[in-house]
Design a protein around this ligand. Structure first.
Ligand code: ZN
Ligand code: CU
Length: 490
């Protein structure tokens, strides 16, 4: 009789497809699921009784900035403790591959500098670091443009555009799942739609997708969605709208119109989906949101400092509170922080999103979950880094009934895997890779808050990654069996 490495007995299984719960055992052999339902009869090296918990596929965090964390924090405790087993990296146009030059806002956001020159080199570095989670890479437009054109505000020359295209082509050949943009950021914001289309065509050629942090998420949200849809149509590839939101009180509610635009595009034959994080604040490099020549007073009012190497004592504090203490207006605090040495490395949190819009987003059947967490553990990061997935399951599924558990799990697992080309993952099915989670749906909840953001979640009992126990009863295992994944390959 074949040997079984690990068995989870008497489980209530949500298989990730949205199907109803079935009861049975799941057995794992050599990293893969070897049986589901009736036990094979073989004894397993490790036997785990599921108790009252639900067994699901491991969650896919489709929107991360963990390119550097895979190397610097390979235990990835903040992800594993949420039940995340695979991470999509390289989002918002910022990817560690093909390469990073100098110390810029990009390298700060990603928390790494590069000693590789392509995705294969980066992937080798990740493998050597033995991360806990699997990772799938997007190649980032900001990264590529920075390499080829620098931070100049101009069109690329035809030769430069060719060079940028060849970077995309190479990354796709080395396993990337698509092209990401961050069109509010420098230097992505200097790009024309035509430039993005030209690059997206290279991703399309290789069967990849286009993910985008839209050019505008506020007053011009709908125009920005139209641009993304046009890129999808003209380049001929699926479109993923990242962290879908309507920023700024005057825009609250607009996500409904934006989702309607996506629905219409889908009905016309384009393939558009989106992801969301379950919080009313965003977070990112502060220097990118403010122009020192005309600082935005309304934005300064809603800022909280996450990471601030220039003034560590401000981390975790609201800008308005600091302003009160200093006896100045909030923009003056922003000015002083940004002008200080290392001030441009500040990561801020900005409260700009409507709670009702989060629910509208989560109700949409094509809405995935992506944390957008920024893994700077030295500061006081946005709580989404530690809490996103349990928060959806606890707050939005159990407490508020916005979506059903099986549907939430489907959109954290099979839908995400199909979308980003993670093959043989995201379903509890025989032959699939054994990335699994046991969770208590009656208690699962995030514990990370803005005041105390580095708190692991509650109610995740077990996480296996590639058949190996990564987390059990609140304890991280030092095995770290994650892998760098290649688009469309098992
Ligand atoms: Zn973004
Ligand atoms: Cu992002």
């Amino acid at each position: 009789m074949a040997t079984v490495d690990l068995a989870v007995r008497n489980a209530r299984i949500l298989d990730g497809t949205g199907a109803a719960i079935i009861e049975g055992d799941v057995e794992i052999t050599a990293g893969r699921i070897s049986s589901v339902g009736r036990p094979s009869g073989a004894a397993a090296t490790v036997e785990i009784d599921a108790g009252a918990m639900v067994l699901t596929p491991g969650f896919i965090d489709v929107h991360t900035h963990d390119d550097g964390a895979l190397l610097r924090h390979p235990g990835l405790e903040f992800k594993v403790s949420q039940g995340c087993t695979s991470l999509v990296i390289g989002n918002c146009g910022f990817s560690a591959a093909p390469a990073l030059i100098g110390a810029t806002d990009h390298t700060k956001l990603l928390g790494t500098t590069a000693n590789w020159t392509d995705l294969a080199g980066y992937a080798a570095a990740v493998q050597a670091a033995r991360p806990a989670c699997n990772a799938m890479a997007l190649v980032g437009h900001n990264t590529i443009r920075h390499l080829v054109v620098g931070l100049e505000r101009r069109e690329p020359t035809p030769a430069e555009l060719d060079q940028m295209r060849s970077h995309v082509r190479a990354a796709m050949a080395q396993g990337a799942c698509g092209l990401s943009t961050g069109l509010i950021y420098e230097p992505g914001r200097y790009s024309s739609t035509a430039e993005i289309i030209a690059l997206a065509r290279e991703a399309a050629e290789a069967g990849g997708l286009y993910t985008t942090h839209l050019r505008n998420e506020g007053d011009r949200l709908l125009e920005a969605v139209e641009e993304a849809l046009r890129i999808g149509r003209e380049a001929g590839l699926p479109v993923q709208i990242s962290h879908h939101k309507a920023a700024g009180r005057q825009n609250w509610g607009k996500v409904a119109a934006s989702l309607a635009l996506m629905d219409r595009a889908n009905s016309e034959g384009l393939d558009v989906m989106a992801d969301v994080y379950p919080y009313t604040a965003g977070s990112g490099p502060m220097a990118q949101y403010f122009n020192l020549d005309r600082l935005d007073p309304a934005l300064a009012e809603v800022i909280r400092f996450a990471s601030c190497p220039a003034r560590r004592e401000l981390e975790g504090r609201l800008c308005v509170d600091v302003a009160g203490e200093w006896g100045v207006v909030p923009v003056e605090v922003i000015r002083q922080v940004l002008s200080a040495p290392r001030g441009t490395e500040t990561i801020c949190i900005q409260f700009l999103i409507d709670e009702a819009d989060i629910e509208t987003n989560l109700r949409h059947p094509l809405m995935m979950v992506g944390s957008d967490g920024i893994p700077d553990l030295r500061g006081q990061p946005h709580p989404r880094l530690f809490g996103t997935f349990p928060r959806v399951l606890g707050r939005y599924v159990r407490e508020r009934g916005v979506l059903a558990l099986g549907e939430a799990v489907r959109r954290m697992t099979s839908l995400s895997c199909d979308r980003f080309g993670l093959v043989d993952r995201g379903r509890v099915v025989e032959g699939g890779w054994a990335d699994l989670v046991l969770l208590d749906e009656t208690t699962v909840i995030d514990r990370a808050t803005y005041d105390d953001p580095k708190q692991e979640s509650f109610g995740i009992g077990l996480v296996t990654i590639n058949g190996v126990v990564a987390y059990r009863d609140g304890v991280h295992q030092p095995v770290r069996a994650g892998r760098m994944l290649r688009h469309g390959r098992s």
